[in-house]
Design a protein around this ligand. Structure first.
Ligand SMILES: [Zn+2]
Length: 400
């Protein structure tokens, strides 16, 4: 039998509304935008109903024991215990589709796709606004736990550091939860405490998202000792796993955290982490260097610093568990991705590569960034911290 086209499948689904087919198998009652009842496969039922049918997108799901769902064809397959072809025959089989019907089906698919895209774009924009509200509630960083955390690492803060602030009680959300009805609920709050908060600025100049570092409660700089960890230790309450005390939320693509910013800087330093960039600023500041025309940005991670690669290549030594070479992004940029929006006024661009990140990955990213941001009349320098050290280690070694 020939392959069944998407048009034919859509036509079969349109001729067999999910509610009609499901009601042939089980008793359903309407509740809100869906139909609920005992599951025709596993029999699972509660007062609230565990088998659900959504007429809006012609789908079903069982949250009792099956823990699965799908379209009308998969429902017939599951209940009747038959294969895909047999399910289609039971639903009346495929019928010849003329050009007019094909156009109708295509338009319906496009309408649904656009609706889905709009929903996810709306969700991202709502999340961005929520994060922006959180940012507007933060406090200036100087004289706070976040400043002591940085000072404890030998770092100084510029007098004006627009991208870094402090939150005394930042909630930490983690994982998926499952409610009494077996439905997936959102993540839950497993920790709340002081945090250093960085703001990502998008290429269009708007707020994009947050960079969060959770810290232990400190009452003064004296609390920062080599013996006392300053970053909060956050454990998964279910597994005991130690979770990352840093998180990035919202959209950081092409966005940066402004550690030092000027209206039209001539020189720009870009590094991956906030601490890396502050290390270099601190060292130059302490050496009495003239920094009046120099901006400092943190990109959040290497991928964001360097932008997308044109392809991936095999790592020379690293192997995956199956013995195949590990793939890493190449040294050449995909120029469809603009990367960070480095201002036209920049005559000298300094890219920081940490020596404690994976060597090939870091070197490729630095070369990729150098190619991407190259312009006539612009000098690009790549500064690598020695292997096994980041710039913050170097600074601490210099201070000792
Ligand atoms: Zn079920």
């Amino acid at each position: 039998m020939a392959r069944i086209t998407d048009d034919e499948l859509d036509d079969i689904r349109a001729r067999n509304p999910i509610a009609d087919i499901a009601m042939g198998y089980t008793k359903l009652r309407r509740s809100g935008g869906k139909l609920l009842g005992p599951c025709p496969m596993c029999g699972g039922k509660t007062t609230s109903g565990r088998f659900e049918v959504f007429e809006k997108d012609n789908s079903w799901a069982c949250y009792a024991y099956c823990n699965t769902g799908g379209d009308v064809i998969s429902l017939v397959q599951q209940v009747e215990g038959c294969d895909f072809r047999a399910a289609i025959e039971k639903l009346g089989g495929r019928t010849a589709i003329d050009a007019a019907r094909a156009k109708e089906l295509f338009e319906e698919r496009e309408r649904k796709r656009l609706a889905r895209e709009k929903t996810s774009a709306d969700y991202r924009e709502a999340e961005r606004k929520r994060l922006h509200r959180t940012w507007k509630q933060t406090q200036p960083i100087h004289g706070t736990t976040a400043a002591w955390y940085l000072e404890g690492r030998g770092l100084q803060l510029p007098e004006h550091c627009p991208g870094l602030r402090f939150a005394p009680a930042m909630p930490y959300w983690h994982g998926e939860t499952v409610d009494d009805h077996g439905r997936k609920a959102g993540p839950r709050k497993i920790h709340e405490g002081p945090a250093m908060v960085g703001a990502f600025i998008r290429p269009d100049g708007k707020f994009g998202g947050l960079h969060l570092t959770w810290l232990n409660v400190m009452t003064s700089l004296d609390d920062v000792t080599p013996a006392a960890p300053v970053k909060a230790e956050i454990l998964d309450p279910d597994t005991g796993e130690v979770l990352n005390s840093k998180k990035m939320r919202g959209s950081k693509t092409g966005a940066y955290i402004a550690i030092v910013m000027h209206a039209a800087p001539r020189r720009l330093v870009i590094g991956e982490g906030i601490e890396t960039v502050l290390s270099v600023w601190t060292a130059m500041h302490q050496a009495g260097r003239e920094l009046g025309d120099m901006a400092f940005w943190a990109a959040g991670d290497l991928g964001n610093l360097a932008g997308r690669a044109n392809k991936t290549v095999s790592h020379p030594t690293l192997r995956r568990p199956n013995g195949q070479p590990q793939k890493v992004p190449d040294r050449f940029p995909d120029l469809d991705d603009p990367g960070l929006s480095v201002p036209d006024s920049i005559e000298e661009l300094i890219l920081l590569g940490d020596g404690d990140s994976e060597k090939v990955l870091t070197e490729n990213a630095m070369e990729r960034a150098a190619r991407r941001y190259a312009r006539a009349g612009r000098a690009i320098r790549i500064a690598f911290a020695p292997v096994g050290l980041d710039f913050n280690d170097l600074l601490k070694a210099a201070a000792a």
